[in-house]
Write a protein that binds this ligand. Structure first.
Ligand code: ABU
Length: 492
């Protein structure tokens, strides 16, 4: 009974050990029950409520913060209900995001990380984690194909910081002339490229968008023409982003052809492999990133295709020492040069932020537990499953594919056309009505809590579903379920 116990009764309180252990065991019970149910297909993916409902408070669960402490009994209810009203992203039928799944070893790693509760800035306070990060980054650079895994790198949250490191690593002396530089990416690139361009002072107007083919891949001739045009106007073409696995179409740019242009015009080549980087682990699929070894820098998020718990994002740089050279600020209270150990292991000064969460341990632990082979099997399985979905719907009544041909990644983009729209001749009316179909089906899916899949418009294309598979728990029956559910909810 925790109703008369409060946080002040737990360690470090006198006699706090027993209640602390009991309380933590209760929490573990809540968490393990949640894990068990997550993999049970009869459990819903979510129990949807509108924001105003959650803000008004559910029975026994209020988000309000009070002046007086609440009992540990209430705190345990809050833990249970926080999970209850959340989304089970590890559920085999959760397909909504690029990052899905609930890896048990990764979860154990995250629990350990929180228990250790340290910061990645120095070897002094994170000796084991700093070394794990060095070793893992080297393995990742080897997978990229840089000789002996040489180079530099760091784990840093999300996409925008990893995709932002590049400017600071290009040439410190050129930062001031950002206005006369041009950067290149395509409309299909992740929005973090545009955000990085704005945040770093280049301005979005200096980010030149490239044409793509119908599959969303950069057309190299368009890149070269735009580089030549910018030079003629007196701009300095500085940076090109090639994407290995776009967010919506899962497209892989032709890196080798882009690298030829970058080398010819002395432009920094960054490969955003946040989503597609995981394919480097697969002997069958790594050819899709052919040429990545010619990049100057690479973003790779193991929390996406490799199923590492959020978050886990790395930026890799080909030139050794470059991150330290560009980002180091030598804060005297952290990075004292006269410590008793080799201070080159105080790697935090390479980052653009100061405090840095330990994102490495869960990834390192998963790599240990699965081996490279385990990641390879996971990647190959997800791609096989997406082929299953593609083959199932490409000629099925009521489905239209957004682009022709076999998808390159696990992204399957399609429209579901309800029976009443199938014979409609008026093209504009059909477009307008089709635009409303995916949001309507998605809303009903969320209300019934059975599955989740994303949708979006893109360019001149009205709302379509984007199915992505990164969840190791999903199998063919879950794909069949999704299609049945779309058809059930999509009835006129
Ligand atoms: N980095 C963006 C991921 C978006 C998504 O999960 O769909």
């Amino acid at each position: 009974d925790f109703s008369n116990l409060y946080a002040r009764d737990l360690l470090p309180a006198k006699n706090g050990e027993e209640p602390t252990m009991q309380f933590l065991l209760e929490v573990v019970e809540i968490l393990t029950n949640y894990v068990r149910k997550t993999f049970d297909r009869s459990t819903k993916v979510l129990d949807f409520h509108h924001p105003h409902q959650l803000l008004e408070g559910m029975e026994g669960f209020s988000l309000d913060l009070l002046d007086q402490p609440e009992s540990l009994e209430q705190i345990l209810v809050d833990c249970r209900d926080t999970l209850k009203y959340g989304v089970r992203t590890g559920h085999p039928r959760f397909f909504n995001q690029l990052s899905t799944g609930l890896d048990i070893i990764g979860l154990a790693g995250e629990w350990l990380t929180s228990t250790a509760n340290t910061n990645m800035f120095t070897y002094e306070i994170a000796p084991v984690f700093v070394l794990m990060e060095q070793i893992t980054l080297k393995k990742m650079r080897e997978m990229v194909g840089w000789p002996d895994g040489e180079g530099d790198g760091i784990f840093s949250p999300g996409e925008t910081p990893p995709n932002s490191f590049k400017r600071r690593t290009i040439s410190p002396s050129t930062w001031v002339s950002a206005l006369f530089m041009s950067l290149y990416c395509k409309r299909h690139s992740h929005f973090s490229i545009k955000k990085a361009s704005a945040t770093l002072g280049f301005g979005t107007e200096n980010l030149i968008l490239l044409k793509t083919d119908q599959r969303g891949r950069v057309i190299p001739d368009d890149l070269e023409a735009k580089v030549i045009d910018a030079k003629r106007k007196g701009y300095v073409p500085l940076f090109v982003n090639a994407t290995a696995g776009t967010t919506v179409y899962g497209a892989f740019d032709p890196i080798n052809e882009i690298a030829d242009i970058c080398e010819k015009h002395n432009i920094w080549l960054h490969v955003d492999g946040a989503w597609g980087g995981g394919l480097l682990m697969s002997r069958k699929h790594r050819h899709k990133l052919s040429g990545i070894e010619r990049a100057n820098s690479v973003t790779w998020n193991p929390h996406k295709m490799m199923g590492v718990p959020l978050q886990c994002s790395a930026v890799l740089v080909r030139e050794r020492g470059l991150l330290q050279g560009c980002n180091s600020m030598c804060a005297g209270y952290l990075f004292q040069p006269d410590k008793q150990y080799d201070v080159t292991y105080d790697t935090g000064d390479k980052a653009i932020q100061c405090g840095r969460h330990v994102d490495i341990f869960k990834f390192w632990l998963m790599w240990k537990a699965k081996g490279t082979e385990g990641f390879e099997q996971h990647i190959d399985r997800c791609l096989e499953l997406s082929t299953y979905l593609y083959q199932k719907i490409r000629n099925r009544d009521g489905y239209e594919m957004v682009f022709e041909g076999e998808p390159q990644h696990t992204n399957i983009c399609f429209w579901y056309v309800p029976p009443s729209l199938r014979g409609l001749r008026d093209v504009e009316e059909r477009r307008q009505r089709l635009h409303k179909v995916a949001p309507k089906i998605k809303a009903m899916m969320m209300e019934s809590g059975t599955t989740m899949v994303g949708y979006q418009p893109q360019g001149d294309k009205v709302n379509f579903f984007r199915m992505v598979i990164s969840n190791p728990a999903a199998n063919r029956s879950d794909i069949d379920f999704l299609i049945d559910e779309i058809e059930r909810l999509g009835q006129d």
